[in-house]
Design a binder for this molecule. Structure first.
Ligand code: BES
Ligand code: MN
Ligand code: ZN
Length: 501
């Protein structure tokens, strides 16, 4: 999809030829003299339209408007959230049409600043994503151009660029998370990462079973040993900051399918465990966005990728393995595999002397019970880091909620047979999982995002959400501002107004 940013007056917008013109109408919009504004005023007076976010009035070849279709979309208070609702509603109404070129007018909004423009671009991109990789006759993607109209470029250009860059990352994340496990093996995931390595500022290295054995990642290897698919340990690097500047490390859980192993899961909805690499997909998507946005900071991405399968060689409950950190782990439940691959990645992260490490994982069903699909669970041993992540969640509308890490929660992980067990009781399952990870994260400020409830949707709208890529990108961008080391921002290599997704 191509996006373009334009400044147009309301009168010019009415005269602009396109397949569909979407005009956002906020609560306190001044009533203009152009055809669309007049129509909006009239419709509101007649009670046929409201400016409430989510309300819609469509017309076909209306008088005084050059667009084939006109959609008035209520944008309520004009906040980013209302704009997201408005654009999502309008785009949904266009889904079954032949519309190829859309004009999206934000000119009547009280403030078309960078936050609102970004929200509009993201909602457009999100609504037009269609999964087609494993369909024999892929649905034709008709909509291919959206022109966003704003009163001034100065106020919205940066938000537009952010939105377009972020949308590319989100699309990549959704795509890889949606792919079935036989089309997204650890090897294929590593190949996708290698492709990313061709983008400006990015480097990618992939380790296989031999290298991982040499590193002593006994915990990660233990999970992988039940599968015919060889494990991959993916290392991504984005170097936008000064050489000496310590990086932020992102670690994504890359279980390409989680059967539960010998502690096998029930059959119902087990297909959804193809999404158990949602953390990994969000790291890939974040790097895709970094390549677009080129911020002045250094970022490392680590993805331990493997399948969790039952097999003659699979780990058994009670097995004790030695992690890369040297700590021994009693695997009481082979379905608590995420923490077993993450702990070795956390130890590996030490070599980068990171300023912060954030792991992202579809880690526990307990987190789904605790927070549902609205907020990701956030755990951190560092208040400043926790605050930055919470703020990034708010600013990107990709919310998270800080959870506790009291020492008492670790009591259940005690065992007679190893340094630590991989599970405690059922109570507080999301927290005990985080306590397990914390044991391997003592050498740097650390945070853990449990995205089990937010990374995908079940039911009719089944599919990946792309979360928490918006949160991660906003968090990383905030780290540029707080970075103490002087940096030289690389100018974007692409044109401002037109980009291809
Ligand atoms: N991948 C699952 C977590 C999960 C469950 C994500 C449901 C999304 C929806 C994870 O590997 C797992 O199986 N966790 C277990 C841990 C338990 C054995 C302590 C769980 O949550 O049941
Ligand atoms: Mn599991
Ligand atoms: Zn899992």
């Amino acid at each position: 999809m191509d996006f373009e940013l334009k400044t147009l007056t309301p009168a010019r917008i009415c005269a602009e030829k396109c397949d569909a013109l979407i005009v956002l109408v906020a609560d306190d919009a001044a009533s203009g003299t152009d055809a669309v504004s007049k129509m909006a005023t009239l419709a509101i007076k007649a009670g046929d339209f409201e400016s409430k976010a989510g309300k819609l009035l469509s017309s076909y070849r209306p008088q005084g408007v050059s667009a084939t279709r006109l959609l008035l979309a209520g944008a309520g208070d004009g906040s980013a959230k209302s704009i997201r609702t408005a654009v999502t509603t309008a785009m949904a109404a266009l889904k079954t049409t032949n519309v190829r070129r859309v004009l999206l007018s934000l000119v009547a909004l009280p403030q078309a600043g960078h936050v609102t423009v970004r929200a509009a671009v993201l909602a457009c991109a999100d609504a037009s994503y269609v999964y087609s990789t494993t369909k024999s006759k892929p649905a034709e993607q008709k909509l291919h151009r959206v022109v966003v109209c704003v009163p001034t470029l100065a106020a919205s250009g940066a938000g537009f660029d952010k939105g377009v860059g972020l949308s590319k990352g989100l699309a990549l994340t959704r795509e890889w998370a949606n792919r079935p496990a036989n089309h997204a093996t650890p090897t294929l995931l590593a190949n996708a990462a290698r492709e990313l390595g061709k983008l400006p500022g990015l480097r990618v290295e992939v380790l296989g079973p031999k290298e991982v054995a040499k590193l002593g990642m006994g915990s990660f290897m233990a999970v992988a040993q039940g599968s015919e698919e060889p494990l991959r340990f993916i290392v991504l690097r984005y170097d936008g900051g000064a050489k000496a500047e310590p990086p932020v490390v992102l670690i994504g859980k890359g279980i390409t399918f989680d059967t539960g192993g010998i502690s096998i899961k029930p059959a119902a909805e087990m297909d959804e465990m193809k999404y158990d690499m949602g953390g990994a997909a969000s790291v890939l998507g974040t790097f895709r966005a970094l390549a677009e946005l080129q911020p002045a900071l250094n970022v490392v991405g680590l993805i331990p990728a493997c399948e969790n399968m039952p097999d003659g060689r699979a780990i058994k409950p009670g097995d004790v393995v030695t992690s890369m950190s040297g700590q021994t782990i009693e695997i009481l439940n082979t379905d608590a595999e995420g923490r077993l691959v993450l702990c070795d990645a956390l130890t590996y992260a030490e070599r980068f002397k990171p300023r912060a490490v954030v792991d992202i994982a579809t880690l526990t069903g307990a987190c789904v019970i605790a927070l549902g699909g609205v907020r990701s669970g956030m755990f951190s041993s560092d208040d400043a880091l926790a605050e930055s992540l919470a703020e990034a969640g708010e600013s990107s509308m990709d919310l998270c909620w800080r959870m506790p890490l009291d020492e008492e929660y670790a009591d259940g992980l005690k065992t007679h047979f190893a340094d630590v067990a991989n599970v405690a009781g059922r109570a507080g399952g999301a927290i005990t999982a985080a306590k397990f990870l914390q044991r391997f994260a003592g050498k740097f400020p650390w945070a853990h995002l449990d995205i089990a409830g937010t990374a995908w949707k079940s039911g009719a709208a089944k599919g990946s959400t792309g979360r928490p890529v918006p949160l991660l990108v906003d968090f990383l961008l905030s780290q540029v501002q707080t970075s103490k080391v002087a940096k030289s921002a690389k100018p974007s290599t692409k044109k401002r107004s037109v980009s291809r997704a």
